[in-house]
Write a protein that binds this ligand. Structure first.
Ligand SMILES: N[C@@H](CCC(=O)N[C@@H](CS)C(=O)NCC(=O)O)C(=O)O
Length: 221
């Protein structure tokens, strides 16, 4: 069974999970692949103990172990899963369509998961009185300014998924759907995106990363 190294913790306001690992979990669930979780304490992502560095040389999550093979980095993991477990496909066959999925996946990583989202998401792992409300608001402003208009434009033609068919590119946006759910983020200016995020939240795979799913219930497909 695939072992997934991730960080997740239960709080009164929901179960919080690593965004990059949620991207992988969503893909595992879409592919109906069973997994088990190795939980890394949130503080260890900053302390970087040797046992974490042994799994990921940058001391990050996610990583997976599949029959003795260790793979780290969420997008590399998705590419690996696609090659090893191709059905159902999360990468189209057509070369241009594949490039589109890879570009959007890259955009989501750079502009959202590793860009504007952490300023909103990290504070949720602390008590309310310890959160920097101004920094969170600035993260929301930047997200509204750059990534969300771009996504809204792509979705405005009525497509169900960000690259047409459900693909790898939707998995990072499933992680964003999780964060914005906890944050209670207002999407009034982005109606197509709001519908799209609800579509993601209605998928069975979303149960694996939903803030409403307990740690015990989110372990496998
Ligand atoms: N490019 C990496 C980024 C992974 C990443 O930044 N993960 C966060 C948790 S969501 C982390 O481990 N942060 C600790 C750090 O940046 O040192 C990937 O896609 O897996």
């Amino acid at each position: 069974m695939i072992r997934l190294g991730t960080t997740e913790r239960s709080y009164p306001w929901g179960v919080l999970r690593s965004t990059h690992a949620s991207k992988v979990k969503f893909a595992l669930a879409e592919k109906s692949l069973p997994w088990e979780v190795e939980r890394i304490r949130p503080g260890d992502l900053w302390r970087k103990p040797p046992e974490l560095l042994a799994k990921h040389p940058l001391g990050k999550v996610p990583w997976i172990e599949d029959e003795g093979t260790l793979i780290w980095d969420s997008t590399v993991i998705l590419e690996y899963l696609e090659e090893r477990y191709p059905k159902p496909r999360l990468l189209p066959e057509d070369t241009r369509a594949r490039a589109d999925v890879r570009m959007v996946t890259r955009f989501v990583d750079e502009a959202i998961l590793g860009g504007d989202l952490p300023a909103i998401w990290m504070p949720w792992w602390s008590k309310e009185e310890d959160r920097d409300a101004r920094a969170m608001e600035e993260g929301r402003r930047r997200l509204r300014q750059r990534a969300l208009p771009w996504l809204e434009t792509r979705l405005a033609d009525g497509r169900d998924w960000i690259c047409g068919k459900l693909s790898m590119a939707d998995t990072g946006l499933a992680a964003m759907a999780m964060v914005l759910q906890v944050d209670g983020f207002q999407l009034d200016e982005f109606p197509a995106l709001a519908d799209y995020l609800e579509r993601i939240r209605r998928r069975r795979a979303y149960l694996a990363i939903s803030p409403k799913t307990s740690l015990e219930d989110s372990v496998s497909a």
